[in-house]
Structure formats: C-alpha cells, structure tokens
Design a protein around this ligand. Structure first.
Ligand SMILES: Cc1cc2nc3c(=O)[nH]c(=O)nc-3n(C[C@H](O)[C@H](O)[C@H](O)COP(=O)(O)OP(=O)(O)OC[C@H]3O[C@@H](n4cnc5c(N)ncnc54)[C@H](O)[C@@H]3O)c2cc1C
Ligand code: SF4
Length: 193
C-alpha cells in the first residue's frame, strides 16, 4: 500500500543522448530500469513509491526519437514526439486524421505538451488497486480485486476479460489496435491481456 506520497525513492538517473546508448543501458539493467519520457505517468508511480527502479533512463536528450518523418511507405513517428506535435502535424492531420483526433482527446493541453506518443501507448493500467500497490494479477499476484461485484471497477472491462479486467487507458493506443481485426489487446473497450 502507498503510504508515503510525493517523496520519490532514490534512483540513479541516466540521460543518454542516442537510441543505441539508451538501448544498451536498458539491456544492462533489465527490470531494474524504468524509462522516463514526459513523466506524466512515471512520476506518479515514483511519487507513490509503488515502482522503485534502481535506474531511471531519461530519453529527453535523445533527439533521434523526436519528430515525424515521411518515409517510403508512410510516416515514422519518434517515440519522444509530443502529443501536441502529433495533433498539429500537417501530414498526420491530412493522411492519418484519426490519430490526430485521438491524440487531441488526451487529457489537457499541458499534458499533451509534455506527454509523448511512446509514453502514451506504454502508460500503465489505471486501476485503483494496482496503483495503490495491491498484489493483484497485474502486479504478479493471483487475484483480481476489481473483478468482484463489490470491487471498484468503474470503466473496467468485465466482459471478455481474462484475469486483469483493467482496460488500456491510452487514447492513441486504442486507435492503433482498433485497426487489427480480431485483436483483443489494448483496446479501450476490452481488457489488455
Ligand atoms: C491528469 C491526467 C489525465 C490523463 N488523461 C488521459 C487521457 O484522457 N487519455 C490518455 O490516453 N491518457 C491520459 N493520461 C495519461 C497521459 O497521457 C500519459 O500519462 C502520457 O501520455 C504519458 O506520456 P509521457 O511521455 O509523460 O510518459 P511517461 O509518464 O514518462 O511514461 C509512461 C510509461 O511509458 C513508458 N515509456 C515511455 N516511453 C517509452 C518508450 N519509448 N519505450 C518504452 N516504454 C516507454 C515509461 O517507462 C512509463 O512506464 C492522463 C494523465 C494524467 C496525469
Ligand atoms: S483489474 Fe484486477 S488484476 Fe487488473 S490491475 Fe486492477 S486489481 Fe489488478
């Protein structure tokens, strides 16, 4: 359970300047490392002391992960591109309008200015139990506290769920996956598996 809030546990902060360097650090540290993008989700986990990584890998200095590029078969969006850039990008607006619209649904202008597309699709489940440190399925335990008539499960996916009934909270990820027919993962309507 989270008892101390707003005081982050100590960690080593590393600030790579290339994707190759970042990848190497992540491989070296495995599950001891946490990627930091815009911090809109990660800072909450750190402040609540639920996630206690030994190493935080800040990608804000990796310029090659920023921006939208046109390539032969479409576009490439760097993971560190902000949601605001996606909302305002002319190519995305013209050719991939649904993505621009989905990104614009995210939270508020301040969060979209800071939050990145990589962080948005990778953000963790917004389940009250999980975020408070309860040892549920998603946290490696063997129970789901929300999958119960008395559980706090508003906006979860009771139908078609397997173990964890929390849905993926990302507006932009649900857009990506709604294109894959038969894919039951990562949609806002279904639980992630
Ligand atoms: C008040 C509030 C309201 C919100 N409302 C919405 C909403 O309506 N819709 C919505 O979709 N989202 C919403 N969010 C979530 C918010 O959009 C995300 O938290 C944000 O987009 C995360 O982006 P970030 O760059 O800050 O990532 P971070 O918080 O830095 O990272 C998020 C997670 O992704 C991982 N990660 C980041 N980048 C990468 C990468 N390149 N590769 C692998 N893993 C990575 C991090 O390790 C972390 O686990 C809300 C958040 C807040 C605080
Ligand atoms: S829905 Fe259940 S398993 Fe999923 S995060 Fe919440 S309590 Fe954990």
């Amino acid at each position: 359970m989270a008892v101390i809030r707003d005081v982050m546990p100590a960690f080593e902060l590393v600030q790579p300047t290339s994707a190759a360097e970042a990848q190497k650090i992540l491989e070296q540290n495995g599950s001891d490392a946490l990627i930091l993008a815009g911090g809109m989700d990660s800072f909450d986990w750190l402040k609540d002391r639920i996630k206690r990584p030994k190493v935080v890998v800040d990608l804000s200095g990796v310029d090659e992960l920023k921006g939208v590029r046109t390539v032969a078969d479409g576009i490439e969006i760097g993971a560190m591109t902000t949601l605001t850039e996606i909302v305002n990008n002319e190519t995305i607006k013209q050719k991939y309008g649904l993505l621009a619209q989905a990104a614009e649904l995210v939270a508020s202008p301040q969060i979209r200015n800071q939050g990145t597309i990589g962080g948005n699709v990778s953000q963790d489940a917004r389940c009250w139990y999980y975020r408070s440190g309860w040892p549920c399925y998603r946290a490696g335990g063997n129970i789901c506290y929300a999958d119960d008539p008395d559980g706090r499960n508003r906006e979860h996916a009771i139908l078609h769920a397997d173990r964890c009934v929390a849905v993926n909270p990302s507006d932009s990820a649900s857009l990506d996956c709604s294109r894959c027919e038969g894919c039951h993962a990562h949609t806002k309507r279904r639980a992630c598996r």
